[in-house]
Ligand binder design. Structure first.
Ligand code: TRP
Ligand code: SF4
Length: 400
């Protein structure tokens, strides 16, 4: 089955900050108007590293979801849910674990990296090793075509593609597959049938990716082709069997340009973040006490904006005129640092005003959020069940 579904998950780390807004949420908000979108709180993934401290997870989930909504993720356009409320993810994870070679998991770069980084935690667990496979199940259960993620997650998407391919190859071949595929080709009509055969041969014999894409397009635009035949021919194209699971693509989110208060990447753990719901006075104070170019010891010392984290914020928030004013004023000591920070303070507060107000509504009436998530989970369970039925059948577990 071909979808143009978009799916992404976020581990619940609590209330979000401007880095999440500029790096992830603005992107989700755009996508929700273009595609069918599913966004979920990955609470099981949080447990893989925080199993010793689960008490916070629930609050973190609600805080995170309130911030999604406050930022403009719209439940009328996107399905929002909590991973653990769709148990089908876990069943698919289990079934996929049967065919997942251990070395594939051991060589996922985040496995060793995180173990080395989080030394205070014991991450030699089965659950943590399975982190990428759980993520694969999250994606494959919806046959998501595109997964918006940051660079660090690309190996997980690649891993997911390999799992999908292995699964389709092992279980997609029902009895008489080739013969059925040949019959399906005939249904394309003679011109298209010839074209399909040519493109398939080109792809299979010469690995011609363009031919593969052309054949896929041909199948997609052929009307009156039963969807079962379409899937069969998609699988036949790849050389394996019927395509049961869809290989997703990473939709690489542009690296966030949003720097933290110290010029490093904004992150809660670096203590350099501006929270989306922080009160205006705190935010103004945080920006006023931001470090600047160390060369500007006195007001009369000229500085270099490129050496100053405040300039990074101007790059995100200021128009050309303001940026020109900063460049001139800083280099000539014509403006002071507090003066320079003022337009940034105003821009950040303006951006966060409506977010804070919307968050407040959801905080005042938590039943709204609960209802959105109940509806989302129900919708997600329905979609997940469709894939799971095919997977169970393919693995000999349909018991009809
Ligand atoms: N591993 C992702 C992260 O740390 C979160 C995640 C879990 C995810 N499941 C997913 C992202 C499925 C995309 C799709 O950011
Ligand atoms: Fe930074 Fe602006 Fe001060 Fe220059 S004037 S050092 S850019 S805060």
């Amino acid at each position: 089955m071909i979808t143009n579904r978009v799916l992404s998950g976020m581990r619940p780390t609590g209330a979000l900050h401007l880095g999440h807004y500029h790096g992830v949420l603005k992107n989700w908000i755009q996508l929700q108007y273009k595609y069918e979108c599913l966004f979920f709180a990955a609470d099981w993934h949080a447990l893989t590293t925080h199993y010793d401290d689960p008490a916070q997870i629930e609050q973190h989930v609600w805080d995170m979801i309130i911030d999604w909504l406050a930022a403009g993720v719209d439940p009328a356009h996107a399905t929002l849910f909590i991973q653990s409320q769709v148990p089908a993810h876990a069943e698919l994870h289990l079934l996929l674990s049967m065919i997942t070679p251990l070395p594939w998991l051991e060589r996922v770069p985040t496995y060793k990296d995180q173990q080395e980084k989080l030394t205070e935690k014991d991450l030699t667990t089965y659950g943590f090793l399975g982190y990428p496979l759980l993520q694969s199940a999250d994606i494959l259960i919806y046959r998501a075509a595109q997964v918006p993620v940051g660079e660090d997650q690309v190996p997980h998407i690649e891993f997911t593609r390999e799992i999908a391919r292995r699964f389709n190859h092992m279980f997609g071949r029902d009895a008489g597959f080739e013969q059925k595929a040949e019959e399906a080709i005939k249904k394309l009509g003679s011109r298209r049938a010839r074209l399909y055969r040519e493109l398939r041969a080109k792809f299979q014999q010469q690995g011609d990716g363009a031919a593969r894409e052309a054949a896929r397009a041909l199948l997609e635009e052929t009307q009156n082709l039963p969807s079962e035949d379409r899937e069969r021919l998609l699988g036949y194209l790849e050389g394996g069997g019927k395509m049961i699971l869809t290989e997703p693509h990473a939709l690489l989110t542009e690296a966030s340009r949003m720097p933290g208060l110290d010029g490093q990447k904004m992150s809660k753990s670096y203590n350099n973040a501006i929270g989306l719901r922080e009160d205006p006075d705190t935010i103004a104070r945080k920006i006023k006490t931001m470090p600047t170019d160390p060369a500007r010891v006195r007001r009369t010392d000229p500085g270099t904006p490129e050496k100053c984290p405040v300039w990074q914020l101007h790059l995100v928030y200021s128009d050309d005129r303001t940026k020109e004013w900063v460049q001139q004023g800083c280099r000539s000591a014509g403006i002071g640092c507090l003066e320079c920070k003022q337009p940034v303070i105003e821009a950040v507060l303006a951006e966060l005003k409506s977010i804070r107000e919307r968050a407040q509504q959801y905080l005042t009436d938590p039943t709204q959020v609960r209802q959105i998530i109940r509806d989302g989970a129900e919708k997600a369970r329905g979609l997940a069940q469709e894939t799971l039925a095919d997977v169970r059948a393919a693995m000999g577990l349909d018991y009809t």
